[in-house]
Design a protein around this ligand. Sequence first.
Ligand SMILES: Nc1ncnc2c1ncn2[C@@H]1O[C@H](COP(=O)(O)OP(=O)(O)OP(=O)(O)O)[C@@H](O)[C@H]1O
Ligand SMILES: [Mg+2]
Length: 627
Amino acid sequence: MTAAVPHEEEYRSRFDFAIWKRLFAFTRPYRKDVRWLITFAIGTASVDATLPLLTRRVVDDVVRLGSAIRPLPYVLAYVALATMLALCVMRFIVHAGRIRTHVSHDIREAGFENLQRLSFSFFDQRPVGWLMARMTSDCERLSNILAWGVLDLFWGTTLMTGVSVAMLLLDWRLALLVLAVVPVLAVVSAMFQTRILGTARIVRKTNSRITAAFNESIMGVRTTKVFARERENLGEFRVLTDEMFSASVRNALLSALYLPLVISIGSVAAAAALAVGGHAVAVGTITVGTLIAFLSYARQFFDPIQEMAHWFAEMQMAQASAERVMGLVDAVPEIRDSPEVRARIAAHAASGSSDPQLAADGLPDLISSLTFENVEFRYQDGETVLTDFDLEVRKGQTIALVGPTGGGKTTIISLLCRFYEPTRGAVRADGVDLRERSLGWLQSQLGVVLQQPHLFSGTILENIRYGRLDASAEEIEAAARTVDAHDFVVALPDGYATQVGEGGSRLSTGQKQLISFARAVLADPQILVMDEATSSIDTETEQRIQRGLARVLAGRTSFVIAHRLSTIRRADRILLIDGGRIVEDGTHQALLARRGRYFELYTRQSLEESGRRENDWDATDPGLAPA
Ligand SMILES: Nc1ncnc2c1ncn2[C@@H]1O[C@H](COP(=O)(O)OP(=O)(O)OP(=O)(O)O)[C@@H](O)[C@H]1O
Ligand SMILES: [Mg+2]
C-alpha cells in the first residue's frame, strides 16, 4: 500500500511575504549575528567594487608614466584590499554558519513542541513519513536560505548598487548601455522562476509522499512478506518515483536553461560596452584604464544576478517548504484549553491556593460522576459513529464495554479521555462539560492502556516509570507485581534494565500490554481505562492479573474493553455496544438471565474456550484429558 495522500493546504503561487516574515522571525534571537553578517556582506561588496578603480589607476599611470612608474604603492594597496576581502569573507562564513545552525535547531524544536500538543485528529490525517520529511529536509533547506540566502542578497544588492554608481560616475552613457538589459533580465527571470517553482512544488510534494510510502512499507514489511505483495508494492511505489522523476527533469532543464541565458544577456551588454567604449578610447574621450575598469564592472554587475537568481529560485522552491514547516509550527491543536479555562488556570495559580481538593483550573479535583449526554460523534470525513449516546457512570464503578468490532467502544473512551470532542452533545464530569475543564488536569487523572500499547526505546524500568516520573524502584516493582509482570521481567537476562527496542519491538504483544498496564497502575489515576488490555495474554496469566486487578479497580472508576468476556464478569455494569448504541446494559448475571446478545456471545466463547482446553490436554498430557 502506498500512503494515503495527506490533504495539502492550498497555497498561492505568488511570492508570499507573510510566510517569509514569519520565518525571518526565527533569526530574531540571533540579531547580532545577522547584523555582523550584513556588515561583512556589505564590506565584501565594497572591496569588490573598489578593485576595478585601482586597476584603472594602474593602467592609466602605466600609459602616462611608462617605465618611470613606482610599483610599491599599488602593490601595497592591492595587498590591503585583498586582506580586507579575506577577513570579510572569513567573518561572514562564521556568522552565516552560526545562524544556520541555531535557526535550524529552533525551527525543529518549535515543530516538535507543537507536534506534541496537536490532537489525535491531526495525526489521523497525516502519515508519519510525511511529517518526518517536513521536520528534516524542509528544515535544513530553510535554515540554509536564512543564512546564506540573506548573505548573498545583501552582498548582491550592495555590489550591484556600488557597481551601478561607479559606472554612472565613470561614464553615464556607457553605464546606461549596460543597465539597459536589466528589464530584459527581469522579464526572463520572472518567466523562468514561476515555472521552476511549479515543478519544484511537485518534486517536494512527491518527495513527502515517497518518504511516507517508505515509512509505511518498512513498518508493514512483515505483512507485505506474508502476503507476497512485494511486486504490487513496488508497482505503486514506482508510480510515485516516476512522477518525481519527470518533475525533477523538467525542473533541472529549466534551471539549466536559465543560468546560461543570464550569462548570454550579460555578455551582450558587455560586448556593446566594449564596442562603444573602444570607439571612445580611439577618439580620446575616455582613457584605456576607464574602459578596462568599465568592462570589469560590466562583468561584476552580472555576477550577483546569477547568485541572487539562484537564491531567489531557491527561495521560491523553499516557499513550499516554508509553507509546510510553518503549517506544522503554526498548526493549532483542535483540542486545547479555551480562553476561559486558561484564565481560570491562571487565576488559580495566582491565588496561591494549595487546597488538594481543587484541580489546576480551580474546580473540584474529585470526579464523582461521568456522563455522556446526547453525544453525537463522527471522525473527520467519516461516517457518524455515535448518535444520541447517553451514559452515566458513578465513582468507583467498573464499566465493561463489549460488542462486535467497529461498534464504537474505542471511540467512546477516546471521547471520555478528550482525545476527540463530541460533534454534538457533551461529556461531563460532575455536570461540567469536559471542554470547560483543564485538558492537562483531565488527562493526568486518567490511566490509559491503549488497544495498541506503545513503549518507548529504553529499559522496562523507564517505560513503567513513564506513568509517574518520581516513582521509586520499589514502587515500580510493586506496580509490576500487581499486574503480574514481575515474573516475566526478572526472567529476562537484564531484568528491569532490559532494552525494549523501538516501540517495544523486542517484546511480545502480551508483554507490552503488561508493561503499559503496570505504567497505568503506577500513575494511580482516578479513572482507569483499558482497551483490550488483556487480549494477548494467556489465560493463566490473565487469571492472576484478575486478582491484582480487583485490588487496582477497588474504589476507582474504570472502563474496561474486552473481547474475552471472562475478564469482565465482575464488572458493575456491562454494556454491549453495537453500531454506536448501547444494545444491552446490566451485570453479568442479569445479562445472562436476559438470554440476549450477551448470553449468546458468552456461551459461544465459553464453548470455544473449553474446546480449546480439551485439545490442549489431548496434545500435551493425555492422562489429564476428561473422560
Ligand atoms: N481514527 C479514525 N478515523 C476515522 N474513522 C475511525 C477512526 N477510528 C475508528 N473509526 C471508525 O469508527 C468506527 C468505530 O470504531 P472503534 O474503534 O470505536 O470500534 P471498536 O468498537 O473499538 O472496535 P474494536 O473492537 O475492533 O476495537 C469504525 O467504523 C471505524 O471505522
Ligand atoms: Mg477498539
